[in-house]
Design a protein around this ligand. Sequence first.
Ligand SMILES: Nc1ncnc2c1ncn2[C@@H]1O[C@H](COP(=O)(O)OP(=O)(O)OP(=O)(O)O)[C@@H](O)[C@H]1O
Ligand SMILES: [Mg+2]
Length: 692
Amino acid sequence: MDDIVSEAKPLLRRSTLLALIISAVMILVASLSLLHLRREAIDTQGRELRLLSLALTAEVGRGLQGVDEGFRAMQTELREGRLPTSGPLAGRVLKTHVDLMPMVQNLWLFDEQGQVLAAADASAPPSLASFAPSLDSLQGDRVAISRPYSAISGAPAKVAMAAHFPADAGRPGGWIVAALPAESLLGAFSIASPAPDARMAVFRTDGVRLAGAIVAGAKISEEQLARRLAAMQDSAVRHFHDDSERLVAMHSLQQFGIDVVLTRDLGVMLVSWRQAVRLTLAVVAFLLLVLAVSVYYIVRADTRRARAQQALQAQQARSSKFSSLGALAGAVAHDFNNVLAAIVGYGEMAQDAAVEGSAQRRHLDMVIKAALRGKTLVARILTFSGGGARASTSFELKPIVEEVLAMLEGSLPAGIRLQRQLEIGQGRASGDPTQAFEAIMNLCTNAMQAMPSGGALTVSLRRVQVAQARILSHSRLEAGAYLELSVADEGRGISPEVMEHLFEPFFTTRAKEAGTGLGLAVVHGVVSEFNGAIDVRSKLGRGSVFTIFLPESTDTDDDGQLAATPAAGAPQTVMVIDDDPDLVAMVEEMLTDMGYSTVGYTESPSALQALLAEPQRYALVITDEVMPSLSGTALAQVVHAQLPDLPLVLLSGYGGPLMAAKATAAGVSQLMLKPLRREELVQVMEELLPRA
Ligand SMILES: Nc1ncnc2c1ncn2[C@@H]1O[C@H](COP(=O)(O)OP(=O)(O)OP(=O)(O)O)[C@@H](O)[C@H]1O
Ligand SMILES: [Mg+2]
């Protein structure tokens, strides 16, 4: 598992790095485009604001110009004496001028000591000290502008303008002062604002605000403001004290010493840019998500592939271990089989010859019993090693399972409940039914042994269609139709260490209880013989489930067994061929006992020669399979071609479907498994050579 994770790491690292680079590039490109868009939006809006500011400034300039021209007219009238500096006429003339100057509401004449000489009406004049430039320095055509003031508290603010008139012919010099509503300095802006977020203000160059408001409640000294106004270009983005960012456009009317400032809220101006930002962020986030998900899936697929590959390798290693162990055990069992064959064969003859009830007979019975136990053991070894002669037939699996269950029911230990879930009605498997029985029995026995204090033993059988090949815990399951048999217990479960060796021959944790460790090896051998697969799931302390998959067979005939072709009549001479002289002698003796005459050979080529030389002499041939120069099946092939009616019996330590098929192809009538037992031989001889 760790290996898989570390195997997947470089890919994880590479794809993460790639994803990070792509993300970074994506974010960079998006940010740059957004910044560019923002700059463009600000430039465009800035241009518009500048134009607007210019227009408003020009309008304000025209208004003030009007007042200035009024001043010039009154200066001329003063010089020419048409406007006296005192008396009722002065007031009237001033009143006429008020009516002629559109923005002006009041007019006064002051002498140079600051005394009112004449006024258009009775309203309160502004303080002369509030003018800039100061009135004392005011000469010629220059005009000064006052701070905004209110004649009556609460009334709209006014701003006053002043021009100097010199003393002339006994008439004192002084100032003409005109008051106009502060708001009139805002021109059309006070009537129609271009946008709700637009603000306008008019400042004196010394920082005094004459009209309008840039940001309500700005707390900034007039000196600071003057400095800023002096430094400001005609448009810029400024951060305001209320945390708003505003685009500012400014134009000056130098003649009057005022600056006109127009601002707009950047946030409002950039609304559509913000929408673009939100959209871009959403798209980028979505793309990043897609990227992350893709990386996740790529890495997951790779981990799975690595895991499957590792499982496959482990399984291949296991099966090659099994097959070499199987080959070794099979070879030993094969030789051991010949030894057992002699013991059983001669033992049975001696048994027959011994007097019933004698000590010799009892001893011989024990010898045969022990040899038969050995034969069972050898048969088990041959089962998992893939050897052993056995029939392959297409058979119904359910009755076999039921037979196992019936047998178990008879001897269930206390506390164990048997549950059956045999879902299928019919379903055939192809192989040796006896082997299937043994495999299922072994699984059930193990399950019961795993539950010493009781529990449920569940046996289920169902049909499954496997669409895609997959790796199981201990095999690879190819696609196809299967009969799935599972044996589940609620026992102690299987630890990972045991799991590793589970199916190895002679591996047991029950050595004390005389376990041989062959049970699961046999199951494995049988399942391989059936071309099936095994899966094991287990939870420590909770139980285990062994599932075997046997390919479903579509054959319906039951003729898997080798066809017998009995030859008619006598003479009953049987040829016996085996490279082991002891075995030849034993079989000959058995046959002689049965009333046949025999001819024995230990070398297959000379046996073949003799047979072909005198074909009529022999009623039947019994031959061993494994012999040095010419094997039993090779010999059978030649003989069968020449003498198709001659029954041939093949003796073999190995079997299985392959051996059976090979024998059938060679024309063998009957395949017999070593060690040869007397009753089996009697039965076969009776079948093949029925006596008339
Ligand atoms: N259902 C199960 N629950 C827990 N452990 C199991 C189960 N089946 C098998 N085992 C373990 O696998 C080992 C091998 O099983 P196997 O059937 O091959 O041999 P055995 O049962 O020990 O001996 P034998 O089958 O010859 O009596 C067992 O010893 C046991 O530890
Ligand atoms: Mg067992």
